[in-house]
Design a protein. Structure first.
Lengths: 206, 228
């Protein structure tokens, strides 16, 4: 049985991509204050698992239980930004779409945290890859506390400063009782809380 | 937990994007103008012939303009990850999909359908239609272009991620648009020949209601399949 207070629980999950079975018999439980690091070689189904958990795809077998009161924030490989909108407009669109706080002051504070205050009225077209990632991550600051974050390679394209900002955000999020499941091909530098590792390479494939 | 305003948020963003890309938004209108203007050159300047074919010509060109402009409706949003975010908003992917589909259809109509309705009288004059026929032309396009936007939406969602999607979309969706074409151009012909167009307008209205109810459901289902 799973813990009643878990934000997310998956039982005996299997995922199929075309003809190939990516994994089966996968169990995981994510509770408040926990950060889980999803590891695995390329093509082992890290992104597929995150998409299953986000509700973008349905599993081939198994069950996913989500706390219905818990907001889910999914951040994919793509940043979901529009070249023709400004940074603030893009962020406001994404946060309004999910019913997050989209007051101008909140948007400005979120951009400030990721060092984008001076670029807030610049068109997304003019941003570098790392800056785009920062805008996408700024959305996390607007999510309600104690939400569940599903992050696909959030550290991608970030510089040391950006990594530090995200680490700090994750620590605060966990301290407030939120949870996160993230993938990263580089070792995590997050120290508090210590991330729980889920190794996909060790999950059965056949 | 109240559900977020997906419809108004997506609609507002799409209109803002269209305003930033005015040239792209005007292309379907330019296509309509050029295609319609070719007919007098190709068919010959005989006023009676032109008056007779004009309802069909105007409607076919409006239909093609709508189909050409609808192909990229979801493609960019899928490529940059916005579509996933839209479908994750709200309660379930299906209900969010319906809101997204409606918002996309309304924005497509406001950006391409409404301008067509507004410039159509100009082309009615070009074909020497009577005042009453021009009114019928505008009324039939006002009722018919939303049908085209709604059906085009289904096609755009169905052909998402398919190579040569735009050609496939036209093959899939144009047959569904035929009833709207028949009753739309029929209404103008009826007025032009002096009989009542009420039957045509009633059927066009019924088609509008039916597509308005069914097309967003089909679009939402297609979007759900496209992102899996």
């Amino acid at each position: 049985m799973t813990d009643a207070a878990a934000h997310l629980a998956a039982n005996d999950l299997a995922c199929r991509r075309g003809e190939r079975l990516l994994f089966r018999g996968l169990n995981l439980t994510l509770g408040p204050g926990q950060i889980m690091w999803l590891r695995g070689a390329n093509g082992r189904g890290k992104t597929s698992l995150l998409r299953l958990l986000a509700g973008l795809a349905s599993p081939a077998a198994g069950r996913i239980e989500r706390d219905p009161q818990r907001e889910r924030v999914y951040l994919g490989h793509a940043n979901a930004l529009k070249d023709d909108l400004t940074v603030t407009e893009s962020l406001r669109f994404l946060s309004r779409l999910h019913g997050f706080d989209s007051a101008p002051a909140a948007l400005a504070a979120a951009l400030q945290r990721f060092g984008l205050a001076s670029r807030r009225d610049a068109p997304v077209r003019t941003l570098s890859q790392g800056q785009r990632r920062r805008v996408a991550l700024a959305r996390l600051c607007l999510a309600p506390p104690r939400s569940l974050w599903l992050l696909d390679e959030p550290f991608d394209a970030l510089d040391t400063e950006g990594v530090a900002a995200l680490n700090l955000l994750l620590s605060e999020h966990a301290a407030r009782g939120g949870s996160a499941l993230l993938t990263s091909h580089l070792p995590l530098t997050l120290t508090s809380p210590a991330p729980i590792t889920l190794q996909l390479d060790e999950v059965a494939t056949a | 937990m109240t559900s977020p305003p997906v419809f108004s948020t997506v609609l507002g963003r799409d209109l803002r994007l269209a305003a930033r890309r005015r040239v792209d938004a005007l292309l379907p209108l330019a296509f309509f103008a050029v295609a319609v203007s070719l007919f007098p050159l190709g068919v010959g300047p005989e006023p009676n012939t032109l008056r007779q074919i004009s309802p069909g010509v105007l409607w076919v060109c409006a239909l093609l303009a709508a189909m050409l402009s609808v192909t990229q409706l979801y493609a960019n949003d899928q490529a940059d990850g916005s579509l996933e975010q839209m479908l994750l908003a709200g309660g379930s992917a299906f209900s969010a999909g319906i809101a997204v589909a409606l918002a996309k259809a309304v924005s497509h109509w406001l950006v391409t359908g409404l301008p067509l309705v507004l410039i159509a009288p100009l082309f009615g004059v070009m074909f020497d239609l009577s005042g009453r026929s021009i009114a019928a032309l505008c009324a039939s396009l006002a009722l018919g272009t939303p049908i085209l936007s709604l059906l085009g939406n289904v096609g755009a969602a169905l052909t998402l991620g398919v190579r040569n999607g735009s050609v496939l979309l036209i093959l899939l969706i144009v047959p569904l648009c035929i009833p709207a074409l028949i009753f739309g151009s029929g209404a103008i012909s009826a007025v032009e020949s002096g009989s009542s167009a009420r039957g045509h307008f009633s059927l066009l209205g019924a088609l509008f209601i039916a597509t308005g109810l069914l097309a967003p459901l089909a679009t939402a289902a297609a979007l759900r399949i496209a992102i899996e």
